[in-house]
Ligand binder design. Structure first.
Ligand SMILES: *Cc1c(COP(=O)(O)O)cnc(C)c1O
Length: 415
């Protein structure tokens, strides 16, 4: 017997530990396309409930946009369902090349290479461009996929305290003698919704001859005046050497990612990045959809403007109602509850009220920093936001946390 009683018990015990720790993650089945309103089956087997979605990455509301669907259908008809190949064997179509050019134009970089996902882009990029003579200096709160990519690379790794420029400068001095230095950050940090100070980081990189790497997965399409990303917001479009991003969030929400930046770095990825060389091409249907998304976003800033207005409206409403938010100016608006149980109960009660918003707690965020992370979309109308706000206030009153300080909430519910 290969899966013996003993083996089975080891896994059962581990799964139980996850459950007992209150950390068991359960899927909720959605029976509709992704949108401001969704039909949810939760728990499994229960009647479908129509709820307002307040926690998707569908920032621009393009996941089910009719023009994107139409382009995807055309891509399917003209280029087939799949390529059954990696890029360099027989998996590159004209539309893959077209999408790479469009991304390059949109992000205002020199060149772009597609990956099956941004997770794959981050997994492959460092190993492809750095060696054991080099150093990677990353913000301590970067995304899990960057941490994995760093693990796969033989260059030395060091970190700096979150968004702390003095600390970053010290680390740059410490590693001054390395052949190549790379400073690594997220553009927008997904848990808190804050942005990296790319202007200051770019200045430090210039001073110490380091490259600057930004993962803009939570920014591409809507941060900055024309939605190009965090580098546009901080006026350093020409100073970021590598951007990785995903097509699985604002840019249509299907899947796929890329590395975009200096042409030598992109070329190194094309020659050496393992997820690019050894994993299948992005499906033509997805490529066609993303091409359409970039066409829409290049013509008009209507959606990112609406998103900004919606996010301002939502922040203002929650603040006036007396909730404690993480400060910021992105569509990621964390409502702080501090206690993990409170966050879970709050989320459950919201669901009863027809609002879908998930509680986040350790280990996704630090202990004592549990929250409901809300994410605003251009797909939301004011009536969605008003209905959500009404539900938040109702549940907030139930738990008596409106207008209360952090200290008061922690005293009442514990950390
Ligand atoms: C979502 C996300 C990723 C992963 O993107 P996928 O394309 O879904 O693999 C990578 N980095 C950051 C910062 C993200 O938020």
């Amino acid at each position: 017997m290969s899966f013996s009683e003993k083996t089975r018990n080891i896994y059962n015990q581990q799964i139980n530990e996850i459950k007992e720790g209150g950390l068991f993650k359960q899927e909720r089945f959605i029976h509709s396309p992704q949108d401001a309103n969704i039909e949810v089956e939760f728990p499994e087997g229960s009647r479908l409930k129509n709820v307002i979605n307040m926690c998707s990455n569908n920032y621009l509301g393009l996941s089910s946009h009719p023009d994107v669907l139409k382009a995807a259908h055309e891509g399917l008809d003209r280029r087939g369902y799949g390529m059954s190949s990696v890029r360099f064997i027989c998996g590159t179509q004209d539309i893959h090349h077209e999408l790479e050019k469009k991304v390059t134009e949109f992000l205002d970089t020199e060149d772009t290479i597609l990956f099956p996902s941004c997770m794959d882009a981050n997994a492959g990029v460092f190993e492809a461009i750095l060696t054991d003579e080099d150093v990677m200096i990353s913000d301590r709160l970067v995304h899990a996929s960057i941490i994995d990519g760093i693990r796969l690379c033989s260059a030395e790794h060091d970190t700096f305290k979150h968004s702390n420029m003095d600390h970053l400068e010290k680390k740059l001095q410490l590693h001054e003698d390395k052949r190549l230095k790379m400073v690594i950050t997220d553009g927008v940090f997904s848990m808190d919704g804050d942005t990296a100070h790319l202007d200051e980081m770019a200045a430090l990189c210039e001073k110490y001859d380091a490259m600057l790497f930004v993962d803009d997965s939570h920014a591409s399409g809507f941060i900055g005046k024309t939605g190009r990303g965090t580098h546009e917001k901080y006026g350093v479009m020409d100073k970021v050497d590598i951007i990785t991003t995903t097509f699985g969030k604002a840019l249509g929400g299907a899947s796929g990612g890329c590395v975009s930046g200096r042409k030598q770095l992109v070329e190194m990825c094309r020659q050496k990045a393992r997820p690019y060389l050894f994993s299948n091409t992005i499906a033509p249907v997805v490529v066609s959809g993303v091409v359409k998304v970039l066409d829409i976003l290049s013509k008009t800033t209507e959606r990112r403007d609406k998103l900004e207005k919606n996010a301002d409206y939502w922040r203002k409403g929650l603040t006036e109602a007396g909730f404690i938010l993480k400060e910021g100016d992105t569509p990621i608006v964390p409502v702080m509850l501090f206690n993990a149980n409170l966050a879970q109960n709050f989320s459950k009660d919201l669901y009863e009220e027809g609002i879908y918003a998930i509680g986040f707690f350790f280990p996704v965020v630090p202990k004592g920093q549990a929250r409901i992370r809300t994410q605003i979309s251009a797909g939301h109308e004011i009536h969605h936001l008003d209905a959500a706000l009404e539900a938040f206030v109702k549940v907030g009153r139930k738990y008596d946390i409106l207008g209360k300080t952090k200290q008061e909430i922690i005293e009442k519910y514990g950390m």
